[in-house]
Design a protein. Structure first.
Length: 296
């Protein structure tokens, strides 16, 4: 690293410190690489343990390629003024990351350069959240997880060359781990992703990825169903029902696949069970161009 240049700029960075939206936005822009837009969110929330206090949660992240758990070349910084002890902070973050930043995939590639940090200064006051048994812990977990999910989704929406934002929902699994493994396998399948880019309702590729998910015991072939769920609230398009292919309305399929947002619903059995959600995007010609033109 060019240490002299870095050291020389530390006073400049220090003099530019501030707490306004513009300061946060400048920082979010500064960490962008192949990102096409800065990713910054904020929201206010309340906790039942401190009914008179209003807390804030702010987060920024970067990443558009080499994204797959465990987070890959992704940076995320989340800050809150809620009073949370360090041990509880780590537990809250780990649980939130499992359902958010560790449930996204752009290209299936990972690296060692990943960090998501959560900082809490307690400036807004109120009773300290010291452990999972503390008042307000459950509500803090719900707020943090929902916020992390929204922030992680921005990474997927900015996937290199992506034209589609895809939610993969796997249900009726014997365990959450099984459901997540299947969803992850579908999310990183190049054949699924290229079919989505080509606007092809290719349930066979989705079923194939479901079948080769490693270490999964929840798949019941004769009970497995695959559907496309439109984001406009209209009825799902059933592609495979209880292991048997449906006669697909190609015009309806084309209409659904024309939209930017799409949900793939996979039911692993007819029995109730656990559910996992993953977010991914398609593979386009532009993704190949971006990474083919890249030089070290």
């Amino acid at each position: 690293l060019p240490l002299k240049r870095i050291i020389h700029k530390i006073p400049v960075a220090y003099s530019g410190l501030g707490s306004t939206h513009q300061h946060w936005l400048s920082a979010a822009r500064a960490i962008c690489t192949t990102d096409t837009f800065p990713k910054l969110l904020s929201r206010s929330f309340a906790l039942p343990s401190a009914p008179d206090a209003t807390y804030s949660l702010v987060g920024m992240t970067k990443g558009a390629g080499m994204i797959h758990p465990n987070m890959a070349t992704l940076l995320g910084i989340l800050c809150t003024d809620a009073p949370i002890a360090p041990s509880a902070l780590q537990a809250l973050l780990s649980a939130a990351i499992d359902k958010s930043f560790n449930s996204i995939s752009i290209d299936g590639d990972t690296s060692t350069n990943d960090t998501v940090a959560l900082l809490a200064n307690g400036a807004a006051g109120g009773p300290l959240i010291a452990s999972a048994s503390s008042p307000g812990y459950v509500e803090m977990q719900q707020t943090l997880t929902a916020f992390a999910v929204d922030l992680a989704k921005l990474v997927v929406r900015d996937g290199e060359g992506a034209t589609k934002f895809v939610t993969i929902r796997v249900t009726n699994a014997a365990s959450y781990a099984d459901a997540k493994k299947v969803a992850s396998t579908i999310a990183r399948s190049p054949l699924v992703k290229t079919a989505l880019y080509g606007k092809d309702a290719n349930w066979g590729r989705i079923l194939c990825a479901t079948g080769y998910a490693e270490g999964v015991d929840s798949v019941v072939p004769a009970e497995t169903s695959v559907s496309f769920v439109p984001t406009d609230g209209s009825a799902e398009l059933k592609l495979l029902v209880r292991g048997e292919p449906e006669k697909v309305d190609e015009a309806r399929a084309a209409e659904i696949l024309e939209a930017e947002d799409l949900e793939i619903l996979v039911r692993l059995s007819e029995r109730g069970g656990e559910e996992a959600i993953y977010w991914t995007c398609d593979f386009s010609h532009e993704y190949v161009t971006i990474n083919g033109d890249y030089r070290t």
